[in-house]
Design a protein around this ligand. Structure first.
Ligand code: FES
Length: 228
C-alpha cells in the first residue's frame, strides 16, 4: 500500500468493491486526502529549504542583515571619493552621510597633510580609529551625534567642518574638537574595507577621543570661520 493512502473501514471497502455512487464518492474523498497529504509534505519541505538557505546566507554575509547596533555595509569604496580636508564637499568628495548607520564616512586623500609624523602619527591615527587604506588614503566613520547633548551634527561645506546647530559645538573633518561646549571630539565607529565593500560596525564605538592639544591634533584648524 502507498504510504500516503489513507486507511479505510471494512464497510467502506465493501462499498468500494460493490461499485455505485457511494463507492465513487469514497474514491473521490480518498483522492482528495491523498492530494492534501502530498501538498502538506511539499509545504513542509519548502519551509525547511527556505530556512536552510537563509541560515547559509546569514553565515556567509552576517553584516547584510544587521541594523543600527551591528555591522552595516554602507557602500562600495568607489562610492566615496577621497579629498584633502580643505576641499571636502558633502556627498561629493571627502564626506558622505549614511543615515542608516548614523554615520559620516570620511575619506581623506593620500596627500592629506597631518600635523604629526612617524610613530606619533601612527599612534594618534589608531587612537582616533582612522584607518589607512592600501592606496594611502585614510578612512574614519564618525557618529553623527553631537557629544554635547546629542543633536545630529551637519557638515558645512562653506567652512569645511561640522557645526552643531543646537549650542555651537564645532568639529574638524576628522571629528576632532575645535570649539564649543562639547566635552570631547566626535565619537567614531569601527570601520573596515574588504572586497570593495565599506563596512561600519555601529556596535563598536570609540567615545574616548579627547580634546586635541598640540601633541595630538592631526588636522590643521580650518582657516574659514563658520558663520552662525
Ligand atoms: S548638542 Fe551639539 S552643541 Fe549642544
Amino acid at each position: 500500500m502507498d504510504s500516503d493512502t489513507p486507511n479505510i473501514s471494512p464497510q467502506q471497502y465493501e462499498v468500494l468493491h460493490g461499485g455505485g455512487a457511494e463507492a465513487a464518492e469514497i474514491a473521490r474523498q480518498r483522492l482528495s486526502r491523498r492530494s492534501f497529504l502530498r501538498r502538506s509534505m511539499l509545504a513542509v519541505f519548502g519551509v525547511s529549504a527556505a530556512a536552510s538557505v537563509s541560515g547559509a546566507l546569514f553565515y556567509l554575509y552576517p553584516s547584510v542583515s544587521s541594523g543600527f547596533g551591528g555591522k552595516i555595509v554602507v557602500g562600495k569604496t568607489t562610492d566615496f571619493k577621497a579629498a584633502t580636508p580643505a576641499t571636502f564637499m558633502l556627498e561629493q568628495q571627502g564626506v558622505f552621510h549614511r543615515p542608516t548607520a548614523r554615520t559620516y564616512v570620511i575619506h581623506m586623500d593620500a596627500s592629506t597633510q597631518f600635523k604629526l609624523t612617524g610613530a606619533d602619527l601612527a599612534a594618534q591615527l589608531s587612537e582616533e580609529n582612522i584607518v589607512k587604506d592600501k592606496d594611502g588614503s585614510y578612512w574614519v566613520a564618525l557618529y553623527q551625534k553631537c557629544v554635547h547633548l546629542g543633536c545630529t551634527v551637519p557638515f558645512r561645506d562653506n567652512c569645511a567642518s561640522f557645526k552643531c546647530p543646537c549650542h555651537g559645538s564645532h568639529y574638524n573633518v576628522d571629528g576632532e574638537f575645535l570649539d564649543g561646549p562639547a566635552p570631547r571630539s566626535l565619537d567614531r565607529f569601527a570601520f573596515s574595507v574588504a572586497d570593495g565593500n565599506v563596512t561600519v560596525d555601529t556596535g563598536t564605538i570609540n567615545n574616548k577621543v579627547a580634546h586635541p592639544d598640540p601633541t595630538t591634533r592631526l588636522i590643521s584648524v580650518p582657516t574659514i570661520a563658520c558663520s552662525a
